[in-house]
Design a protein around this ligand. Sequence first.
Ligand code: NDP
Length: 451
Amino acid sequence: MSNFDFDLFVIGGGSGGVRAARFAADLGKRVAIAEKQALGGTCVNVGCIPKKLFSYAAHFSSDFSDAKGFGWSSGKPSFSWHDLLTNKNREIERLNEIYERLLVNSGVHIIRGHASLQTKQSVSVEGHTYTAKNILVAVGGKPEIPEFPGCEHVISSDEAFYLKELPQKVLVVGGGYIAVEFASIFNGLGCDTSQLYRGDLFLRGFDFDARTFLANQIRESGIDLQFNCSINEITKQDDRLTANFSSGEEVSCDLIMYATGRTPLTENLGLEKLGIKVDSKNAIAVDENYRTNIDTVLAIGDVTDRVNLTPVALAEAMTVVSHLFGDGKKRVDYNLIPSAVFSLPNLATVGLTEEEAREKHKEIKIFISEFKPLKHTLTGNHERTLMKLVVDGESDLVVGAHMVGADAGESLQGIAVAMKAGATKALFDETIGIHPTSAEEWVTMRQPVIR
Ligand code: NDP
C-alpha cells in the first residue's frame, strides 16, 4: 500500500478524464476525479451531444417540406424552442447522472469543486489537500472571443445552448466547425441567419472542393454566407445590436454569436507554481506518453490542444491508463482521424485533402461523384451530394475521402476503417455496392477527374 491517498487523481470530469478515471479504477487502482461543473465536460454539456440534438431539430424544417413530394400533407408545422430546450436539458441531465453512476460503480471517488496542483503529487480542492502518485490534467478548453469595441455584447456557443428565446436575426462569426454547425442550426430553426468569415473560403484545412461545394449548399439552404467579412464594432440599443462590418455596412440583429476558436482552460490550475510548460497558446506541452515536464503530472484532451475531438481524448485516456497501470503497449494513432462538420448538409472527411496529397505524393488520382440523391428526385429540394476520393497514383492506396451530403459522418466512418486497413482503389472497385444508397458511390467511381 502506497502512502498516497490515490494512485491517480484526475482533474476534470469531461470525456477524457472520466474515461481515464473509470478504466484505472476498473484495474483496481484508487482513483479520484475532481469536477466543478456538471460531469461529462464540453461534449456532453455544451458541445457534441446537445449540438447534434439541435442539428436534428433544425433538419425537420426541410423534412416537413420534403414529405410533401411523397404525398404527405399536414397543417403548417410550428416549432417550440422552449420544448426543444426542455427536452435537451432533460437528456443532458440524464447523461450527467449516467456519467456519475459509471464513476461510482467503478469505485472512483468524485470530488466536487475547483482543483489546482499544490505540489507534483498533491492537489487542493476547496481547501482540502489530496495526495496522489500520478495526477492527470484533463480540464478541456473554453470559447475564445477576440477583444474589440462591443465584444461584451456577443455570445459564444456555451450560451447558445441555453438561449431564453430564439433570435429573429442572428449573425454567426467564424468559419470553423462550430460556426458552420450553428449557422445551420439557427437557419433550420427559422432564424434569419448570416455567417461571416474573415477569409476567402471557410473551413480552412478541409478539402477545397468540399469547402466550395458546402458553401454553395449552405447558401442554397438560405444562409447569408459572407466571406472576407469581419465586424469592427458592435453597439447595443435596448435589445437590438448593430454590427459595423469591415465593408462599412451596418447590420442590425438580435444576437451575435462568435465561434472563433477555443482555448485551453489552464487558469488557476497551479501550472506556474510547478513550472509546468505550456505553449504560446497556453496548451500544456506533453511527450508521447502524455507526461508534462513534471513526470508525475500528465495531460490529455483539449487542454493539450492537439486534435480537439472527443474520440481522440478517449483514446488518449486509455493510453495513459495503459502506460501508468498496464503493459504500456497502447498508442494513439493520429493518422487518418475521421471527423464531420454537422452542418446541413454534413461535411465529413478522413485522410489527406487533394491539396495535401499533391504536396506529399508524386502522382495522385482524383475521383469525384456529384449528384442529386434519389430522395430528392421527388422532393423539389435542391440539396446535392459530393463524394471524393484521393488516390496515390503510385501505390493505388486511397489516401483521402471527403463527402458533403446527408449523413456524411455515418458514411465516412466505414471508409475510415477501410483506409486504416490500407485499402487500395482497386479494392474499393471490387467491393459490391449497396443499392440504392448514396454510399454505393464510394465503390462505383471509375474515371479519374482530369484537372
Ligand atoms: P476552429 O479553430 O475550428 O475555427 C475557428 C474559426 O474562427 C476559424 O474559421 C478562424 O479563422 C476564425 N477566427 C479565429 N480567430 C478569429 C478572429 N479573431 N476573428 C474572426 N475570426 C476568427 O474553432 P471552433 O471554435 O469552430 O472549434 C474548436 C474546435 O472544437 C475545433 O477545431 C474542433 O477540434 C472541435 N469541434 C469539433 C466538432 C466536430 O467534430 N463536429 C464540432 C465543434 C468543435 P481562420 O480559419 O482564418 O483562422
